[in-house]
Ligand binder design. Structure first.
Ligand SMILES: [Zn+2]
Length: 170
């Protein structure tokens, strides 16, 4: 989830409940991915090596807490590049689906922006808008376009919703 650009490990902070949420999903056999626009790389605000280092440190944090993210997909391009991967285009989701044999209509996309919700709908994933960060700003628009399948306050709530929904099916 983007809260402006994070350009150093010092600025990075897990959202409350995020690590626990990832672990809870892992424990139930779910793979978790991060799909992130990082135009700051294309704009030379952030070096790719620094971004990769932040991601490695995130992975180590997770490992220490018995949680894991299968892969972090990054679009490093500037918006003007009109690449296929920058959200709201679904390139990164399609790539994840290919590489990890995912059925996207059985996947959940948890995000905090209108862009994330459009991306989810492009591939018919179940979309959850978290109201933290940009979520509050974009909620009105997301609602009027009916782009989210579910709304919640925190990542933690999103994870609980997913687990409840899945357990109701089984
Ligand atoms: Zn891209």
């Amino acid at each position: 989830m983007d809260k402006g650009y994070v350009t150093s490990w010092k600025e990075f902070k897990w959202l409350p409940g995020a690590i626990e949420g990832i672990r809870a999903l892992n424990e139930r056999g779910w793979l978790v991915f991060i799909i992130t626009n990082q135009a700051c790389v294309g704009k030379n605000i952030l070096e790719r090596e620094v971004l990769d280092d932040i991601h490695e440190r995130m992975q180590r944090d997770l490992q220490r807490n018995q949680a894991s993210i299968s892969q972090i997909y990054v679009c490093p391009h500037r918006p003007e590049a009109h690449c296929a991967c920058r959200k709201p285009r679904p390139g990164m989701l399609l790539q994840a689906a290919r590489e990890h044999r995912l059925r996207l209509h059985d996947c959940y996309v948890v995000g905090d922006s209108l862009t994330d919700m459009i991306t989810a709908k492009e591939v018919k994933s179940y979309s959850i808008l978290v109201r933290s960060g940009l979520g509050q700003r974009d909620e009105q628009q997301v609602r009027s376009l009916e782009l989210a399948d579910h709304y919640c306050e925190t990542v933690d709530e999103a994870v609980h919703h997913i687990i409840q929904k899945e357990e109701a099916v089984v």
